[in-house]
Design a protein around this ligand. Structure first.
Ligand SMILES: C[S@@+](CC[C@H](N)C(=O)[O-])C[C@H]1O[C@@H](n2cnc3c(N)ncnc32)[C@H](O)[C@@H]1O
Length: 213
């Protein structure tokens, strides 16, 4: 017998497959396996492309590159002259991202890839200088990255926090892990902040979107 949980899971899985994985996604998955990171889901990649297109992003920041799938998905939807600034603490992830974007024909003048800890690099970026900030290195630092992200966005800019459900742990009250608590705090901060409008999507492992008023 089908339980409400099974029906909900089937709908989620159906939505994840709305966009058929293409060459970009396949290539990024191979590179991600090589560098040992978990890439974003197919549904999340499609959502990022759509959000970048919706806000006609021209200047974007990505925190936590993995093998570059999110950066590539954002650039795919953004304006043709958009520039992507990507930050990752792991040099192998930065070079996998460079390889992926290069193989897709993205001009190097459209990317600025920085190896370094997000907390050290973010304060150097221009306040109110960006249309879109994507955060995917959060874990326990989610709240910290969130406030940096909001500072970097100009009014009307879009902030996206990936894995906002912390691998489906956030809705389970008994789970008190540091990363889960951090995501709960990040969600509450955005919900209570009158300077943004926000929505939580269950795509992938949770995509929390906020637009700065
Ligand atoms: C889950 S992966 C990101 C996946 C990626 N967004 C994608 O498109 O598939 C998380 C990334 O965050 C990076 N990272 C973790 N802590 C970091 C930090 N403090 N500063 C910068 N990058 C960090 C890791 O090296 C890893 O590449």
């Amino acid at each position: 017998m089908s339980t409400p949980e099974k029906t909900k899971y089937a709908s989620w899985a159906y939505a994840e497959e709305h966009s058929v994985p293409d060459e970009l996604v396949e290539r990024a998955r191979v590179l991600a396996a090589n560098v040992g990171t978990d890439p974003i889901s197919d549904g999340t990649a499609a959502a990022l492309t759509t959000l970048a297109a919706a806000c006609r992003a021209r200047s974007m920041v990505g925190i936590g590159l993995g093998a570059g799938l999110a950066g590539a998905a954002l650039l795919r939807g953004a304006a043709a002259d958009a520039v992507f600034t990507g930050i990752d603490a792991d040099a192998d992830c930065v070079s996998a991202t460079r390889q992926l974007l290069g193989s897709l024909g993205v001009a190097s003048s459209r990317t600025r890839l920085i190896t370094g800890k997000a907390t050290e690099v973010l304060p150097r970026l221009t306040p109110e200088g960006y249309d879109l900030v994507f955060i995917d290195a959060a874990g326990e630092s989610a709240v910290d990255y969130l406030s940096h992200g909001l500072r970097l966005l100009h009014p009307g800019g879009t902030l996206i926090l990936n894995d906002a459900l912390d691998g489906d742990r956030v809705p389970k009250p008994a789970v008190r892990e540091a990363s889960t608590q951090a995501m709960r705090r990040a969600e509450a901060l955005l919900r209570e902040d009158d300077a943004v409008v926000t929505a939580m999507f269950s795509t992938g492992t949770g995509v929390l979107v906020a637009v700065k008023r």
